[in-house]
Write a protein that binds this ligand. Sequence first.
Ligand SMILES: NC(=O)c1ccc[n+]([C@@H]2O[C@H](COP(=O)([O-])OP(=O)(O)OC[C@H]3O[C@@H](n4cnc5c(N)ncnc54)[C@H](O)[C@@H]3O)[C@@H](O)[C@H]2O)c1
Ligand SMILES: Nc1nc(=O)c(N)c(NC[C@H](O)[C@H](O)[C@H](O)COP(=O)(O)O)[nH]1
Length: 226
Amino acid sequence: MPTPFTFINAAMSIDGKISTRQRRQVRISGDVDFERMDELRASSDAVMVGIGTVLADDPSLTVKSDEKRAKRLANGLDENPVRIVVDSKARIPTDADIFRKGAGKIIIAVSESAAFDRVESLRKKAMVIMIGGDQVDLPELLSILDEMGIHRLMIEGGASLNWGLVKNGLVDEIYSFIGNLIIGGATAPTLIDGDGFGEADMPVCSLIGAEKMEEGVLLKWKLKNA
Ligand SMILES: NC(=O)c1ccc[n+]([C@@H]2O[C@H](COP(=O)([O-])OP(=O)(O)OC[C@H]3O[C@@H](n4cnc5c(N)ncnc54)[C@H](O)[C@@H]3O)[C@@H](O)[C@H]2O)c1
Ligand SMILES: Nc1nc(=O)c(N)c(NC[C@H](O)[C@H](O)[C@H](O)COP(=O)(O)O)[nH]1
């Protein structure tokens, strides 16, 4: 099943955390990295996050630069990429910023375990894709997105969704900005959480980029043996 070119873009602390142990958002990126993130959003067909990120950060996932939005419109695209939330139990609040800010298509991916009334209320605000029994079936979801014409998919986390995608071999590249702060905390989320790999099946990646950026460093890794 063809799936989009899929890359994770994230920021983590020196000690590999992406937020605090209370899952509170931490501004790790500097202005230059946020600008890079905005460019990646503007050049992607869709941007995807997990519901944990929505509940913690309430992101709008919009393109911030007026110029980049205008360029998308001039190219016959919506001003924002398709914004996608993976939300197995349909927990997203109906007043989330993703619904209130920015124009463009929104997709909420739910599983069959989501409550009927919650799903129906979401249908008034977004396209709902129901796929998977207890959890959203990520390989199936990405195949559907590819069929819909989403061929370049940006993943903005969080820790659990990143694990689900990497575990299923769905991620082509990972771009990680490592900022100059230490978050600590044994239970703070990292770039990739979940059950973890056994020694035999840890993905071996190739380093395709390393550059100092402000007070941090940007690393780029290729995962899939594409
Ligand atoms: N620093 C960064 O770049 C960055 C980026 C995004 C999020 N964050 C932080 O990450 C935290 C959120 O991460 P999280 O792990 O709690 O939540 P998450 O955003 O990864 O969302 C988890 C949800 O995604 C879905 N999901 C996860 N794995 C799945 C799978 N295998 N199959 C199907 N569905 C799956 C489920 O609905 C699950 O409840 C927040 O604290 C946020 O601030 C940081
Ligand atoms: N690249 C990046 N650097 C960070 O320092 C940080 N904390 C995030 N976190 C990702 C999360 O999704 C954010 O909340 C949105 O990226 C910002 O919110 P908007 O979508 O712009 O509203 N992402």
